[in-house]
Structure formats: structure tokens, C-alpha cells
Design a protein around this ligand. Structure first.
Ligand SMILES: [Zn+2]
Length: 354
């Protein structure tokens, strides 16, 4: 008999993950294998359409597929609704998200709402959203990512991603290293509040962070080999969220700091850069290896302090205080310690963030 005391747990995983030089050439084959031979909608930005969207469109059209494109530049509710209208009108079999953050977020969210599968074609390796089931859209209630759907396939062409500015890669490293403290927070809430904890998902996220730290020098060489370590780590992080059924393995107090900083000082730096600095401070609070985190970020040329993030010193303390309350249902070390503003300032000073 089925044990009804165990809750049902749904994991939605990518079916195909293709990483390597020139993988975009396989887009039509992948579509055929997945059973899509008729129609597709490609979501891209003006730039990412030139970089990769156009190639996707042409390769699919070569195989007689009907392909429409829709360009977006931001990831707001308005963009999502506009794409949804397009999906309703065109009824494509599959939606492609071609770009860095925003384009993939919009494609993922709108396709999920219209119950159409989606394929992720990242042009940068700047964060784990390229493979995760969550999307970050401005205008919804939450300033953080919400569940949408996992990509059915991920086509990561290293030849394309290597051409992105180095800062995107550094940001991706920060987003992966952040899993060190995200997993600590997850363990904490499991121990103290008995919240669900998935050891497999946690290990996968943690292993990704360790691999990026261990391979920091290789990544710095800007070689394809180093970039592959990062891309595979980002994809593993995305998969860990699919397995967990939430962003818990990948987003803890260090992400709350990044979300708060976005409110205190919008668009000052990239998501992964902010998370990296957040990880230094949260690792200190968790009594974890914060100095190693800092040294790795320095090695990568990533920001490790307020000045490098482009924020004022007071804004760091302000963001730290806000981080504890920004997502009330997500208990982290910040809620456990419940520090005052003086203590936050001390934290930032001790870890040399200010
Ligand atoms: Zn992140």
C-alpha cells in the first residue's frame, strides 16, 4: 500500500542538456528528437537575437519549421503578458529563450503560464536561471524568483558564451559560490523549524560551489575548459532546484542580501557579484570558510567589498538589515541571530566589505 504520510514530491527535470563548442548547430536535431517539427517561438533581445536567436531561427526554418520571433528587453509582467498573447495567437509547439537573464526569464515564465514547453539557449553564464525552474520577473509581488517550469532542454554553446564580457562569467561564479551559505541556511531551517531538506539536492548545489572554487584558476584562464566547469556547475544548480522543488539549495541569506541591495541601490552591480559579497558575510555568520570565499572571489577578479560593488558603506548595513525581513517565510541565519544595525556594521567591517 502507498504510504500516504509521505507527501508527494514533484521533480521536473530537463530532458536534454547539450554543452560544448558549436552545440547551437544541433538545435533542429534536438527539436526533432523531442517531437517538435512544426512551429516555434523564439524570445530574444535585439542583441541576443543577433548573437544566437537568428541562428536558431534559420536552423529551424531550414527544417521547414514555422518560426516567429519576439524581442524583449526587460523582464516585467508586461513583457510576460505580451509574450503570452503571442503564444495564444501563434500556438507554437515550443518556446525558445535566447539570451542572458531577462530573455530566458520571460520565455520561461510566459511559456509555463501557457503550458508550452521551453528550451533555454543561454548566451552568458552569469547565473543559474539558465537551467532552473524559477523565473525572476519585475512587477510580481516578490523581489525574488518564483516557480515557473524547468527547461525541457538546455543548449549551452561555449563558443557563444565565451564571447560574452568576462564580468558575466565572474558573476556566474559568484552565484555558484553562493550555494555554500544557501545550503547552510537550508540545513539550519531543517534543524530548527523542521522544514523539508533534500540531501541529494543540497549535495548537488554544494558540489557545484566546490568545483568552481577548486577550478578558479582554470576559469581565470578564460579557456573553454574553465568555462565548461562553470556552465556545468550552473546547470547542476538549476537541476538541484528542480530536485528540491524550490530555490532552497541555491538561495539563502546571501541571496536575501542581494535582493535587498537591489532595493536599496538598484542596478549597482550584477546579481552574482552581489551574491558573492553576500556569501563572504553570511559564511562568517555561519562560522564557515569566509576567508576562502573572499580569496576565491579576489582570484576571479570579482567584487569583495562595497566600493567594488558600487554601493555606499551605509547601504551595505541597510541592505543587511532589510535582508532579514525581505522574505519572511525563508528562515536563514539572519533570522536566527536577529542582529542590530551596529552588529551588521561590525559584520561588514570584520569581513572587510566596508
Ligand atoms: Zn542566484
Amino acid at each position: 500500500m502507498v504510504d500516504l504520510t509521505l507527501k508527494h514530491h514533484r521533480m521536473q527535470l530537463p530532458r536534454e542538456v547539450i554543452v560544448g563548442n558549436g552545440t547551437i548547430e544541433q538545435v533542429a536535431d534536438i527539436c526533432r528528437r523531442l517531437g517538435f517539427a512544426k512551429s516555434a517561438l523564439v524570445i530574444a533581445g535585439a542583441k541576443t537575437f543577433d548573437i544566437a536567436g537568428k541562428t536558431v531561427k534559420e536552423l529551424l526554418e531550414d527544417k521547414k519549421m514555422e518560426v516567429e520571433t519576439f524581442l524583449v528587453e526587460t523582464a516585467t509582467i508586461k513583457d510576460v503578458k505580451a509574450v503570452e498573447e503571442r503564444i495564444k495567437l501563434l500556438k507554437p509547439q515550443i518556446v525558445f529563450g535566447v539570451g542572458g537573464g531577462t530573455k530566458i526569464d520571460v520565455a520561461k515564465c510566459s511559456s509555463a503560464r501557457q503550458e508550452i514547453p521551453f528550451i533555454s539557449v543561454p548566451t552568458t553564464a552569469s547565473h543559474d536561471g539558465i537551467a532552473s525552474p524559477l523565473s525572476s520577473i519585475k512587477g510580481f509581488d516578490a523581489p525574488y524568483s518564483v516557480m515557473a517550469q524547468a527547461p525541457l532542454a538546455i543548449i549551452a554553446d561555449t563558443n557563444i558564451i565565451m564571447q560574452a564580457p568576462w564580468r558575466f562569467t565572474i558573476s556566474g561564479c559568484g552565484d555558484v559560490i553562493a550555494k555554500l551559505t544557501a545550503v547552510e541556511d537550508w540545513k539550519l531551517v531543517h534543524e530548527e523549524k523542521n522544514e523539508y531538506y533534500g540531501a541529494y539536492a543540497a549535495s548537488l548545489a554544494l558540489m557545484s560551489a566546490r568545483l568552481v572554487i577548486e577550478n578558479a584558476e582554470l576559469i581565470c584562464e578564460k579557456s573553454e575548459e574553465g568555462l565548461r566547469v562553470l556552465i556545468e556547475a550552473l546547470i547542476s544548480c538549476g537541476v538541484s532546484m528542480s530536485i528540491a522543488g524550490s530555490s532552497r539549495p541555491c538561495s539563502g541569506s546571501e541571496h536575501m542580501f542581494s535582493h535587498a541591495l537591489e532595493i536599496v541601490r538598484p542596478n549597482c552591480s550584477m546579481h552574482g557579484e552581489q551574491c558573492g559579497v553576500g556569501t563572504i558575510m553570511m559564511a562568517y555568520l555561519h562560522k564557515a570558510e569566509w576567508k576562502r570565499v573572499k580569496a576565491t572571489l579576489e582570484k576571479l577578479g570579482a567584487p569583495t567589498n562595497a566600493r567594488e560593488l558600487g554601493v555606499e558603506e551605509e547601504q551595505v548595513a541597510k541592505a543587511l538589515a532589510m535582508a532579514a525581513t525581505i522574505r519572511p517565510e525563508r528562515y536563514t541565519i539572519l533570522n536566527k541571530l536577529n542582529l542590530d544595525s551596529k552588529a551588521y556594521e561590525n559584520l561588514a567591517r570584520t569581513t572587510e566589505v566596508i
